[in-house]
Design a protein around this ligand. Structure first.
Ligand code: PFF
Length: 465
């Protein structure tokens, strides 16, 4: 979700630049954009699927190294140039590579937002069912798979969720939604802590706590690294152009390093909390059944209803939880859509309604394909994946590494590490400068390239990870 949501208002940017009220406003806005479906839906299922504690360890290492380096880089570039990604790249050169570098960062949100809204639709549908008092049937085995196979329903909830997003964007009531979510977020955290305590104290849940927290090297596979890196980008809103824009809104007095650390801690704490809520519950309710652990995108939707019902107050907890989950998803979707619409406005010089219309078309095609991909269109697979999984894979495992690579190359070859360091040092000493230099200079580009090539080779069947 997104508190101040200045994301990519580049066309209005001159008016809006510097509108964050110092570091706290900035941290709240970035943390707001970071916390969304990625934390509550995506992180737990990836952690369950790709090695539990091993996944968590790899994720944490990547976050304090690459994640830190990339957030600082994108924010500093945004602040230095005062522009969002396309403009920022172009301010260093006007040849094709600079255009490509900016565009790849700007296109990612356009490809994420359609399937993000499909999952937003799932959240909306579950909230609706809780309100109708159907907590018991939501917790039944097979309920979720039946739901996602019922194409008309999934499409309906997807359209409803998308309509809410467009309404907020067009009616300009964003700040209202964001104010509400400022209240919702702390309640979501308290509720999640409460559910976590309940979940980990169930008989059999301890095995799940161990699986999630203690790394076991037998659970390591190269896919653990690929998935953890994609998730880190996704969750921290890296390599989507968004942080460039946020950076362009902050004053020279804002401590970029400290803010980055705070955002990382906040975002990871919520992801870990969601993991602790869901993974031990899988062990408690189905004895750590591998097929449930590897359920993938459905895991959160299968496990949460079971926990809520077993708490004895399924309806109440279900309504409260899914209402806040909905706000987190809604505000993130709004910021993704805002980023997409603004990039189109700036680059195509079209009016806002026309750009919204263009995004409607993207939503109608990519979103509908994702919505129907588990139902009537389940016979269509792309590289063995359903549409939703394919868009998720394409953005997270291919386009975001490419976008991150473009940022690294821009800094190494054109901007210079010293220029970034000077930008950071305008407000405070750059305490982890050595780490920053080391990772950016020697490791980031190489590692991102290896991960990128291996995930492409994997999907093409050349290697098996
Ligand atoms: N980081 C968000 C999540 O984890 O759900 C996704 C996201 C939202 C990315 C908004 C980018 C953004 F602008």
């Amino acid at each position: 979700m997104n508190q101040a949501s200045p994301a990519n208002h580049t066309n209005h940017s001159a008016k809006l630049r510097g509108r964050f009220s110092g570091r706290i406003g900035y941290v709240l806005a970035v943390a707001g954009s970071a916390v969304g479906l990625g934390n509550i839906w995506r992180f737990p299922y990836l952690a369950a699927k790709y090695g539990g504690g091993m996944f968590l360890l790899v994720y944490l290492i990547l976050m304090v190294t690459f994640g830190f380096v990339l957030i600082v880089s994108e924010t500093a570039l945004g602040r230095m140039t005062g522009k969002s990604p396309i403009g920022a790249f172009r301010s260093f050169g006007s040849s094709l590579p600079f255009h490509l570098g900016g565009w790849i960062n700007a296109v990612v949100p356009m490809l994420i937002v359609p399937y993000y809204c499909v999952i937003g639709g799932w959240v909306l549908k579950y909230l609706f069912e809780y309100v109708r008092g159907n907590a018991l049937s939501l917790a039944e085995d097979g309920h979720f798979s039946q739901f996602i196979a019922s194409s008309a329903q999934v499409e309906f909830w997807f359209i409803l969720f998308s309509a809410l997003v467009f309404f907020v964007i067009l009616a300009g009531v964003k700040s209202g939604v964001e104010r509400v979510s400022r209240v919702m977020m702390p309640i979501l955290i308290i509720l999640a802590v409460f559910v976590t305590i309940y979940s980990i104290t169930r008989p059999g849940a301890l095995e799940g706590v161990k699986y999630f927290l203690i790394p076991n090297f037998d659970d390591f596979s190269w896919m653990t690294v690929v998935a953890a890196m994609g998730q880190m980008f996704y969750s921290l809103s890296i390599a989507m152009g968004v942080l460039y824009t946020y950076g362009s809104y902050i004053g020279k007095d804002v401590d970029i390093e400290k803010s980055t650390t705070q955002v990382e801690i906040f975002d990871t704490a919520i992801a870990v909390l969601a993991g602790m809520m869901i993974i031990p519950a899988v062990f408690a309710f189905s004895g750590g059944d591998m097929s449930v652990l590897k359920a993938g995108p459905s895991l959160t939707f299968i496990t949460l209803p079971k926990i809520f019902v077993s708490m004895g107050a399924g309806t109440l907890v279900g309504i409260a939880f899914f209402l806040m989950f909905l706000f987190a998803a809604l505000t993130s979707a709004i910021s993704l859509m805002e980023a997409s619409v603004s990039s189109l406005e700036d680059e195509l010089h079209l009016s806002r309604p026309k750009c919204c219309l263009a995004m409607c078309l993207v939503m109608a095609t990519a979103g509908t394909a994702s919505a129907l991909g588990y139902g009537v269109w389940d016979f269509v697979t792309l590289f063995g994946m359903s549409f939703l999984d394919f868009f998720d894979f394409l953005t997270n495992s291919i386009m975001m590494p490419l976008a991150a690579l473009a940022t690294c190359i821009l800094i190494i070859r054109v901007v210079g590490l010293d220029a970034i360091a000077r930008e950071v040092e305008q407000s405070s000493p750059f305490r982890r400068k050595k780490l920053y230099y080391f990772f950016l200079k020697y490791l980031a580009a190489i590692c991102i390239t290896i991960i990128l090539i291996s995930s492409i080779a994997n999907v093409l069947g050349i290697i098996s990870l």
